[in-house]
Design a protein around this ligand. Sequence first.
Ligand code: MV4
Length: 479
Amino acid sequence: MKKLLVANRGEIAIRVMRTAKKMGIKTVAVYSTADRNAPHVKYADEAVLIGEAPSNKSYLLGDKIIEVAKKLNVDAIHPGYGFLSENAEFAEKIAQNNITFIGPKSKAIKIMGSKLAAKEAVKAYHIPMVPGTDEAITNIAEAKSIASKIGFPILIKASAGGGGKGMRIVEKEADFESQMERAISEAINAFGDGAVFIEKYVASPRHIEIQVMADAHGNVIHLFERECSIQRRHQKVVEEAPSGVLTPELRNKMGEAAIKVAKACDYLGAGTVEFLLDENHNFYFLEMNTRLQVEHPVTELISGTDLVELQIRVARGEVLPIKQEDLKINGHALELRVYAEDPLNDFLPSVGRLDVYKLPVGKNIRVDNGFEEGMDIPIYYDPMLSKLITYGKTRNEAIELMLKAINDYKIEGIKTTLPFGSFVFEHEAFRSGNFNTHFVKQYYSPEALKEKQEEEAKMAALIAVKQYIEDQKLLRLPN
Ligand code: MV4
C-alpha cells in the first residue's frame, strides 16, 4: 500500500493521514469548494477538488471519489466516519475497482445497517438482547399482544434506523396502534423501509460500547469498553475509557459477546459493538457500528494502540499483531467533543470566523483538530471543531487535566461547547461515576451553566481583590 486517499474532511482526515505518514504511505485529500484552505487539504501530499460545498455534491459522491482514486493510482481508501463510511455500495464499488477499502466487507456493513438483519445474524451466538420481536412487524394486533406480555413502556424501532433515529416510545397499551402506525410511516419516509420491531424500554441505561478489531485470518480481539452515556439528543459529548462500573468479569463477558457479534458477520477491521447496561448491570446488544468512531482516541490511550495503524495492517491482509492476552488497560482517558455550538442558546450552531483559536498543549493532552485560526466555520458540515482528550493514571487525574486543558483553549469569534464541558466534568454525578444516558436532560440547563459561570467570575474577582490588597501591603513595607 503506497498511496491512501481519505474520503473525509476535518480532524478525522488529518488523524488518518497522520498514521499513514508514520507508516510511509503517501496521502491524498479530497475537498469541496468550502474547504479549499482547510487544514486537511494542506496536510495531504496531494489534494483534489471534488465538488461544491454541500456534502451531496462533494463528500458523498462515491463514484467521483473512486474516479479520483483511479486517476491518482491510489491503493486504498479510508472513509473516516460519517459521509460514506457505512455505505455498503461504496465499499463494494471500491473493491470492484481493485482498490482496498479500509473497513469491513460490504456484506458486513449491509447486515449491521439493518437492525433486524443484525439480530438474525447473531441469533446463533447467544448474545444477550433486550426482550422484544426479531422480525418486522406485519400484524399490529399480534405485536400488541407481544407488547403487553413484555410490559409497557416499550420502544418501537425502525430496522433501518440506528443511533437514535427512528425510535418511538409507547407508554401504555392504549397508545400502541396509533404509535405503531406513525412509526411505520416515519420509517418509510426517512429510510424507504417500513420495517419496525419492538423492544422492552430499558428506562435508565448506560451506553457502553466495545471496540473490536478483526483480521482476515479469523482473529478478532476487543480493546475494552468506552462509556458514552453523556450525550445530548443522541449526540455524544463526553466519552471515557474504561467505564467506572465494569468489573473485570463483566468486561470479559461483554468483550467476548462483542467478539461473537464481529464473528457473526465475518467482520474485518475496526468496529464498535454497542450495548445498553441496565441498573442491575445486565447488558444487551444494541447495534454494531462498522466504522472507526469519533471517540476511538480514548481506547488508543488506555490500550497503547494506534487503531488506524491496525486498520491499515489488517486491510493489507496482515495478521493482527496483538493477541487478546497481550492487552491490558493502563490508566484512564477522557474525551470532550468541542462543537461550534452555543450551550446557552439551545446548542444552536455558532457560525462565523475563528478570530482566535489557540489549543491546549502538554503531557497527556491530545487534541485531534481540524481547524485553524482565521478560518470560517462552514455551515455545510458537522460543527465539531476538535476533540480534547486527556489521559491520567487515575480517573481523577484525567478529570483535573481536562478542566485545566479546557481553560487553556483560547477561542474568540464563535461560541463553543467548552463551558458545557467544564459543567460536566465538575458535576458531582459525573465525578462520582453515578450517571446514565439521562445525565444532560437531568442536570443541564443554561441557567445552571450561567449560575456556575457567575460564581466563578465572583471568585476570580475576590481573588483579584485579595491579591491587590497583598500587593499594596508589600509596597508599603519599609525599605
Ligand atoms: C434503547 C433504549 C432503551 N431501551 N433500547 C438510542 C440509540 C440507539 N443506538 C438505541 N438507543 C436506545 N435504545 C431499549 N430497548 C434507550 C436508547 C437510548 C440511548 C442509548 C444509548 C445512548 C443514549 C441513548 C439516549 C436515549 C435512548
